[in-house]
Design a protein around this ligand. Structure first.
Ligand code: LLP
Length: 423
């Protein structure tokens, strides 16, 4: 059952709190996350991993609110990070450095240095140039960096063009055919300690076959690498498990883990998973208020106060997000064909196009589903729109876990160059 559902009176609830009550207190637009839903996703992983030598490093990029990270950290999660900013978040939320995995195709020497200084447990290296760079940085600090090499297994994850990462032409990882050379180089570099292999083939996967194929390829590689004399103790499988936006049927976490268990059986590797979206996506919604309704010639525009700067996914990935009125419509209510759009001065500013929704009018609240992942984190303040606040619900209580900045706060970090200041 979803954590977001209408109650008997027809009010959309986040667990035991009416979204309307949050809107009254916090204003719109806002993001709302359900603790129960966040915990439920985690629990599915924990149950499925029982008896496996495996751990979860939550991919912070999906939702890096400190409260969300802390919730997972307290449950035992590590973190998968891609920047020093995310590292600072993980540490601030109480996740120890040794449980942090640092991924990314373009880490700077200063970032690698900060990671080594913080005692990050594993750095996933994605190129020979990065091997050399990390070796130099580790040498400067007099430490040994624990690394995996991320390989690109040349598998099509079958997801949106912009979020598939494991094909030959994608910028990620080292081509699996060149991996042995890279491991050989890593073995020669004195300040690196190779601990394993990593992969991540894409995001929003709704079938398990790409995982099966990719793991089989990497497994073969691991056998070769061991024959070459490398110690391969860890296998980082990456993230990517999909969620429901419209009518997808993503595999159960347990089934995914079953496949991994089978494909890695006997390999003797400690496994790492880096789920992001699957842990947070359906646990969050974006709530906006209808500003006005504008009938057009062929369709109606419902203009809301949430926009592409709050949720870029519809316009960037042609992503479908369900939109529901926060007050349950009467069962016999007619629908109208409409675009749900924001107030931003771009035609690409929409949350949904050509939707059949019950009639909405100014002041009505709408809820955008499955917005917990890659929502708030990808938001901007385009058009000087303050970042939407984030709210966390737990049972019948809620708290603002990131407030809406005031316009004054937004302006306060900018300044005039000295030559414009009055003498
Ligand atoms: N590990 C690595 C190395 C990654 O690059 C990613 C996501 C993950 C883990 C987590 O993947 P997940 O479990 O969340 O699928 N902004 C896009 C998604 C970009 C994903 C980038 N990498 C979207 O809104 O769909």
């Amino acid at each position: 059952m979803s954590a977001f559902a209408y109650n008997a009176e027809g009010d959309m609830m986040a667990e035991g709190v009416a979204l309307e009550a949050i809107a009254r207190q916090v204003g719109t637009p806002f993001y709302c996350y359900s603790t129960a839903a966040l915990r439920a996703g985690w629990q599915e992983f924990a149950d499925g991993m029982r008896g496996m030598n495996a751990s979860v490093c939550y991919a912070l990029k999906a939702n890096s609110n400190l409260a969300v990270i802390k919730l997972f950290g307290d449950l035992g999660a590590g973190a998968d990070i891609v920047s020093v900013g995310e590292m600072r978040r993980a540490l601030a939320a109480g996740i120890p450095g040794r449980r942090i995995v640092y991924s990314g195709v373009g880490k700077k020497p200063s970032e690698l240095m900060a990671a080594l200084e913080a005692g990050i447990g594993q750095i996933n290296v994605e190129s020979s140039a990065e091997l050399e760079m990390l070796n130099a940085v580790a040498g400067q600090l007099g430490v040994k960096a624990h690394i995996t090499i991320r390989v690109n297994p040349d598998i099509d994850a079958g997801t949106h063009e912009k979020i598939t990462t494991g094909r030959k032409d994608d910028k990620f990882g080292i081509d699996i055919d060149l991996a042995r050379e890279a491991f050989a180089l890593a073995g020669r570099l004195p300040n690196l300690k190779v601990v394993g292999v990593a992969m991540h083939i894409g995001s929003q996967l709704t079938t398990l076959d790409p995982y099966r194929d990719a793991i089989a390829r990497v497994r073969e590689l691991i056998v070769q690498l061991r024959a070459d004399g490398h110690r391969i103790d860890r296998f980082d499988i990456g993230g990517g498990l999909g969620i429901v936006y419209a009518d997808e049927k993503p595999p159960a976490i347990g089934d995914f883990l079953q496949v991994v268990r089978k494909e890695t059986d006997g390999l003797g590797c400690e496994l790492t998973f880096e789920p992001g979206r699957r842990l947070v996506g359906e646990a969050g919604v974006l709530v906006g208020e209808v500003i006005l309704v504008k009938p057009g010639v062929s369709k109606t525009f419902v203009i809301v106060d949430a926009a592409m700067n709050d949720l870029i996914r519809p316009t960037l990935y042609d992503a479908w997000h369900d939109i529901l009125p926060v007050r349950r419509p009467r069962p016999d209510a007619a629908t109208i064909r409409c675009d749900i759009v924001g107030p931003i001065c771009e035609s690409g500013d929409y949350l949904a196009q050509n939707r059949d929704l019950p009639p909405l009018s100014a002041g009505d609240l709408v809820m955008v589903r499955s917005a917990g992942a890659y929502g708030a984190v990808m938001a901007s303040s385009y058009n000087t729109r303050p970042l939407a606040p984030e709210v966390m619900v737990d049972g019948t209580r809620f708290a603002v876990v990131r407030p809406r900045p005031t316009i004054d706060e937004m302006l306060s970090s900018e300044r005039f160059p000295p030559w414009m200041e009055k003498a």
